[in-house]
Design a binder for this molecule. Sequence first.
Ligand code: HAM
Length: 419
Amino acid sequence: MAIFRPRGTNDFLPADTAKWQELEALLRTMCREYGFGEIRTPLFEETELFQRGVGETTDIVQKEMYTFTDHGGRSLTLRPENTASACRAYVEDKLYGQVQPIKLYYMGPMFRYEKPQSGRFRQFHQFGIEIFGSASPAADAEIIAFAWDLYQNRLGLKNLRLLLNSVGCPECRAAYRKALQDYFRPRYDELCETCKSRFERNPMRILDCKSAENQEIAKDAPLITDYLCDDCRAHFQQVKAMLDAADIPYELDPRLVRGLDYYTKTAFEIQVATIGAQSAVCGGGRYDGLIKEIGGESTPGVGFALGMERVFSALAAQGSDIETEDQLDVYLVVAGSAASAAAFRLADQLRRAGLTCEMDYADKSFKAQLKAANRLQADWAVIIGEDELKSGAATVKNMGDGSQESVPLERVKQYLLEK
Ligand code: HAM
């Protein structure tokens, strides 16, 4: 019986990975420009990191983690996201001892047991940036500006919406929590089972419930922005002022809660309307309590992560694509075994000179080889047959205009490099 890849996962073939590499290169370039250094953390962590970090009342922890017990009896979890791991590394690797703030980026696979659908996978890829050790609203603004710069300027995506909110801090949330409970209490029995369990532990999560009935019940719920303390209000004001100064357009969305529990103050998401239900191409915010929550000294943090698959969906939906350099420089067309050896030697020289080079190993006919050169979009075909071997000169064909020239074998490399 055939074996298939697990649901919600993808194979990326060379035509895809060429584009992924371009996107990765763009992100790395931006990180250099913005001053973020790469961190690579394990693909799995102690389960407790995500339970405490991401939060017990989130969908991720309640339903979506790939958790297993290893041969030593430890409970480990494939990372559903990378912020908690970056915080763990900040503490464990004593990054707090270096000049602050610490600015990190990461990219790689994340794992969530979600219902697969367009734009939602069980193994997906995130790129993210985090700033540790700065409580300044400027750090929030820089994170948002990075995301906006990427989508708006570097990728040229259209129909972007930047949704912005402040979810306050534990202090303002105490009053808000009570207001929410007062609001939901009369209709408690109508809530879904998950939300009933959230009512006591984290009523804000109810606002994030996907069920239509719950959304209807929640539609007139009190808004966090009416409960912000002076400090959170001032912080939010300054973030908005900096975004205004940078001409970054945002929409205030006082119902934006985000799916992870660690956020404090700023929360944001960028959506692209054209890619359907899974329209969030990135999300992030501030998490000033997270590092302490996982055992470090109280340290502020802010960051965002994007789903790389969704970047490609958004580009495809507007008919644009990432350009790749997949063109072949040279295809060697050979006839006969003596010519094969000479061509093999030439291929070696050309590749070491940095040219991309292919040749036929299947004794294809002359015509079939030229066809292959065409199909691979080679710029040049270098023909080495018996005549060429005898005269010691290859026929070099310009595949663009069809012109050809006889070039001594030992000069072919130089000739092509000059062209
Ligand atoms: P998140 O909103 O859970 O945030 O995920 C960030 C992005 O990852 C989403 O906006 C989406 O583009 C993508 N994504 C999430 N789940 C899937 C999935 N199942 N399939 C495809 N793409 C997906 C976080 O993960 C936070 N760690 C972000 C952050 C960083 N906050 C502060 N720093």
